[in-house]
Design a protein around this ligand. Structure first.
Ligand code: ADP
Length: 251
């Protein structure tokens, strides 16, 4: 718990800093990019042209990084609604099949009952997407990605948890890597491919939703991420408090 608190304070500080810097940076990058493009067009010699192309490429990469920083820092506003995780996973799995390509099989393993949570749909989609993109990167030779849901009951009569699992058959991680993955800017993919913000973003979203995230991974044996979110019963007697001022339609 102490570790989680330390991590979240760090996330907040980085987020605030990143948000401020990213905004100004974005404006500067627009100027750099625009002027580079203008200068490039009449360039006759090939060497100068190639240099401008590199410049544009670097500016594009910086723009993408800034966009991710903005996304990372902008965790508000949250638009919560009552959702069935099964439905969210089913919706996203179509996108994942297209995104991950033919050499990766996307499977779903859904709980036989609705897995009800109160959360922001776009945030949940972002969580699944970020975990899936990492899974893809860990399976360069192809493999299987399984997105699953579970309705967890801690003890009889105790509020349940909704669990989302994302499993890959990829490279897995050493304990050393595993211990750092949620740190902002930690990446093993090199500065050209990784930003190290994917899992920090996931961590922030899960925490904001009142949940927890865990990981199981062994080198060579693939990886499973577990995301646990508070169960939404919509029933005051079960949770012992007032239900959200909103009814679950059709149920
Ligand atoms: P990035 O993807 O930009 O590197 P992330 O925060 O998403 O940033 O991930 C941090 C690191 O965690 C990755 O560089 C990788 O080493 C490790 N990682 C994350 N997911 C997986 C996975 N499914 N399998 C193996 N390693 C992973």
């Amino acid at each position: 718990l102490e570790e989680q608190l330390r991590q979240s304070q760090k996330m907040e500080a980085v987020g605030r800093l990143a948000g401020g810097v990213a905004h100004d940076f974005n404006n500067l990058l627009t100027i750099i990019r625009g002027n580079a493009e203008l200068l490039r067009s009449p360039a006759e010699d090939a060497a100068a042209s190639a240099l401008f192309d590199d410049l544009l490429l670097a500016a594009d990469r910086a723009t993408a990084l800034v966009r991710q920083l903005l996304m990372f820092s902008r965790r508000q506003p949250v638009r919560v609604e009552i959702l069935d995780l099964n439905e969210v996973v089913t919706t996203v799995s179509g996108l994942l099949r297209r995104l991950l390509g033919e050499h990766i099989t996307v499977e779903t393993a859904l709980a036989p009952v609705p897995v009800t949570v109160r959360a922001d749909r776009s945030h949940l989609e972002q969580v699944i997407l970020n975990l899936a993109v990492n899974a893809r990167d860990a399976m360069p030779g192809g493999g299987t990605l399984t997105v699953g849901t579970v309705a967890l009951e801690r003890k009889l009569g105790e509020p349940r948890f909704a669990r989302l699992t994302v499993t890959d058959t990829g490279t897995g991680m050493t304990d050393e890597v595993k211990g750092q993955i949620f740190e902002p800017f930690f990446t093993t993919k090199g500065p050209d491919k990784g930003t190290g913000l994917g899992l920090a973003t996931v961590f922030g979203i899960v925490e904001q939703a009142g949940g927890r995230i865990g990981v199981e991974s062994e080198p060579g044996a693939g990886t499973t991420f577990h995301v646990e979110l508070p169960w939404w019963e919509g029933n005051a007697s079960v949770l012992g408090r007032t239900p959200a001022p909103r009814s679950l339609s059709g149920r």
